[in-house]
Ligand binder design. Structure first.
Ligand code: ADP
Ligand code: MG
Length: 448
């Protein structure tokens, strides 16, 4: 009982304190209510005391806001206008960049891809000689699988068709839907054909070889200076240097390696490795090891090709053979025997430069613009100073029925159409068979 009484007392005490708390809470709530009412009253009173200012400020602010909005709208309109202009420029310019041919036009020009018009076949497909728009052209038909990814093909062709340089084979047009590329026709075929004298060609005089080397380096430097990104050729070799009717050399297949999807590119490499033993030799060893491709990869290929220009030897082991010959003092024996008047000292300088280009490590290869081209230009100048009159003034060509050469300007050489294949009738010795070609260097002697 006593315990029960104590518990009851405690409960009652708890109850009374709870009641007290409830009372104070109620009081606080009432106070808060009152404060709130006062605040509301104050708020209602305030606008009356400052009734004049706000409308003015609001009007001012509204004015400013609408002005800003107007400016913004005008700016947006301006932006849209210039973007539209840019777009329309791009589309009109884009479509004008290269001539689009229909497959029917290509079929007609190649006589339904007739074998009789076929002038060669590389890793990318057959090449046909034909005429389009009254101009001699070479049509390269990419293998069907290589022409996959039409959009990419089209995009790339648009880039390539913008590259114009006197030492680059001109892409005249394309039929992007079927992966056909139309190039200016290069009457004297490839440097490979000339060096290895296919079709009983006369040997290239050393003066021409020095000129060709400087021209290739000039074209390559132009390619490497492409903005915003340098263009790496990836497939430099004598087969990709073409000579026009005046023996002006031009780099061909620029960026073509990029048009082929990787799976096909692999098979192309395989194809090349097996069918044309040698192409493999032009590939930068550091690129092969690391997969890092750069402009210096082209310098390696250039080095091998330069060595071939003076030796007319296959590329396999060429750096080793030339290097050894220089060490042993037997370099003169390495020079192409078809030429009898080599300036050996200058050729040795040429060979040493080529060997530097073909160094195993990228960082050991010289800079194209700062070292290689200036040196080759000096050699070209020397060649031009020692040009026999027959080569300078085209006496031999005139005597042999070659069309006379008036100018070496890019426009003339790029669009000149030769109905005569000069390579077919050439079985002459010495300088005969080679037309005069005007110089591109400052101390030109042969300009006509
Ligand atoms: N624009 C061209 N003018 C004349 N002949 C060309 C032209 N393009 C290519 N050729 C000829 O077709 C051959 C094959 O060319 P291509 O398909 O580029 O193969 P590759 O580069 O592997 O030699 C060349 O060696 C050359 O004789
Ligand atoms: Mg080629």
């Amino acid at each position: 009982m006593r315990r029960l009484k104590r518990e009851l007392k405690q409960t009652m005490e708890l109850y009374s304190s709870a009641c007290k708390e409830a009372k104070t809470a109620k009081q606080k709530a009432m106070e808060l209510q009152r404060w709130k009412a006062e605040e509301q009253k104050k708020l209602l009173e305030e606008p009356q005391t400052t009734s004049e200012a706000p409308p003015n400020m609001e009007v001012e602010q509204e004015k400013k806001r609408s002005e800003a909005l107007q400016k913004l709208v005008a700016l947006e309109a301006q932006k849209k206008k210039s973007a539209d202009r840019k777009n329309s420029d791009a589309t009109t310019f884009g479509s004008a960049r290269y001539r689009r041919y229909t497959i029917e036009e290509i079929e007609e020009a190649t006589n339904m891809f007739s074998d009789s018009l076929k002038i060669g076949e590389g890793g990318y497909g057959p090449v046909y000689r034909s005429e389009l728009d009254c101009t001699q052209v070479a049509i390269k038909v990419l293998k069907p699988d290589a022409a996959q990814g039409r959009e990419q093909f089209q995009q790339e062709v648009e880039v390539l068709s913008c590259i114009r340089h006197p030492n680059m084979v001109l892409l005249l047009g394309a039929c992007p839907e079927y992966g056909c590329l139309v190039y200016e026709y290069m009457a004297n075929g490839s440097l490979d054909d000339c060096l290895f004298r296919r079709g009983s060609r006369p040997p290239l005089p050393w003066q021409l070889r020095f000129q060709i080397a400087a021209e290739i380096a000039t074209g390559l430097l132009f390619l490497h200076q492409t903005k915003p990104e340098p263009l790496v050729h990836r497939d430099l070799k004598p087969g990709n240097i073409l000579l026009d009717r005046n023996y002006v050399s031009k780099i061909s297949d620029v960026g073509l390696a990029r048009l082929v999807p990787p799976s096909v590119a692999d098979s192309v490499t395989q194809y090349r490795m097996t069918s044309t033993a040698g192409t493999f030799c032009y590939i930068d060893p550091e690129y092969q090891q690391t997969g890092m491709l750069g402009i210096k990869s082209d310098i390696y290929s250039l080095g091998i090709m330069l060595l071939q220009i003076i030796t007319a030897k296959p590329p396999m082991g060429l750096t080793h053979h030339v290097g050894r010959a220089i060490e042993k003092g037997t370099f003169a024996q390495m020079l192409d025997h078809a030429v009898h008047d080599w300036p050996v000292e200058h050729a040795l300088h040429f060979a040493k430069l080529s060997l530097q280009c073909a160094e195993m490590r990228k960082k050991d290869r010289p800079d194209l613009g700062k070292v290689v081209l200036p040196e080759l230009n000096k050699l070209r100048a020397f060649a031009e100073e020692n040009m026999p009159p027959m080569m300078m003034f085209g006496l031999a060509s005139a005597a042999n029925g070659y069309p006379s050469r008036n100018s070496n300007s890019p426009i003339n050489s790029a669009f000149s159409s030769s109905t005569q294949d000069t390579t077919e009738s050439n079985s002459l010795s010495g300088f005969s068979g080679y037309e005069s070609r005007s110089s591109t260097s400052s101390n030109s002697l042969g300009r006509m």
